[in-house]
Design a protein around this ligand. Structure first.
Ligand code: ADP
Ligand code: MG
Length: 268
């Protein structure tokens, strides 16, 4: 059966403060093996920054975490729940689409290119998913949306359309929209890469603010200064594997692997 991934003996989620558990994940596109056994644990309330050269598998890893991509081997759990699969008789079977969608509401995703709904106002961008996916009453969703817009400094833009906002403002809306579902974890894929340099700071400030309030986050970025300041753990990926990981001071200032050193010498 095509939706069965390889049986893994210890394919059961772990609890003990681990919010995101990526275990032995392999992912190929045809003959191209993009993830070659990735292990990663992110504890609740912590922020993990993933660094690595283009093509190293960072986006693919994030996409497997919310099951936008199936895995070929291994498993991922969030808050103790397997993502995308259920376990039966030592094998993993892919969940039905509606169950995957339900799981995905617990996983916020912020993309490089904002991906706001262009035909909806800022407020409606934030209300859409809570109302349609979570069946929240509209008034309640609107109250939450206004609070979140205030939190990202855009309370006065509720009735604007995305095209009327700067890139930095659009990305702050996208972050507020992700938060509107009260996710267990927020994933960011190069959230500032599409921005003009002078707009990067305002988006990083919003993410830093979230870090202070204990939101669990995984951030793929090339912003080394941000990683140094905010990350609990820095992960360096290359060639579809985690080459090294640890506190920012260890990975950024005293990397143990030549590949990490070579990468940092190019981006610092
Ligand atoms: P990164 O985000 O680190 O730049 P990606 O995860 O986007 O890396 O891509 C890793 C590799 O996988 C690249 O070689 C890319 O071309 C390939 N890849 C990504 N998505 C697909 C896909 N849907 N089909 C085929 N190849 C893909
Ligand atoms: Mg990428």
């Amino acid at each position: 059966m095509s939706d069965v991934t390889e049986a893994v003996e210890d394919a059961k989620p772990t609890a003990d403060g681990v919010m995101v558990d990526v275990h032995g994940v392999h992912k190929s596109f045809g003959p191209l093996e993009v993830l070659r056994g990735v292990d990663l644990k992110v504890r609740a309330g912590e922020i993990t920054v993933i660094l690595g050269p283009s093509g190293s598998g960072k986006s693919t890893l994030l996409r497997t975490i919310n099951h936008l991509e199936k895995v070929n081997r291994g498993w991922i759990s969030i808050d103790g729940e397997l993502i995308g699969y259920r376990r039966s008789g030592g094998k993993l079977y892919e969940l039905k689409e509606k169950d995957v969608l339900k799981q995905r509401t617990h996983i916020g995703f912020v993309f490089q290119n904002f991906n706001l709904f262009p035909h909806l106002t800022v407020l409606d961008n934030l209300i859409e998913a809570p109302v349609s996916a979570l069946r929240r009453p509209r008034e309640e969703a609107e109250e939450t949306a206004r609070r979140l817009l205030d939190r990202v400094g855009l309370a006065d833009k509720a009735d604007a359309y995305p095209r009327q906002l700067s890139g930095g403002q659009q990305q702050r809306v996208a972050i507020a929209r992700a938060l509107a579902l009260q996710p267990k974890v927020l994933l960011f894929d190069e959230p500032t890469s599409a921005l003009d340099p002078e707009l990067v700071g305002e988006v990083l400030d919003v993410i830093k603010d979230l870090a202070r309030t204990g939101t669990t986050m995984i951030v793929v970025t090339h912003e080394i200064g941000f990683a140094r300041e905010v990350a609990d753990t820095v992960v360096f990926m290359d060639g579809g594997v985690v080459v090294e990981q640890g506190p920012p001071a260890a990975v950024l200032d005293d990397p143990r692997h030549e590949r990490t050193r070579a990468f940092l010498s190019k981006v610092l």
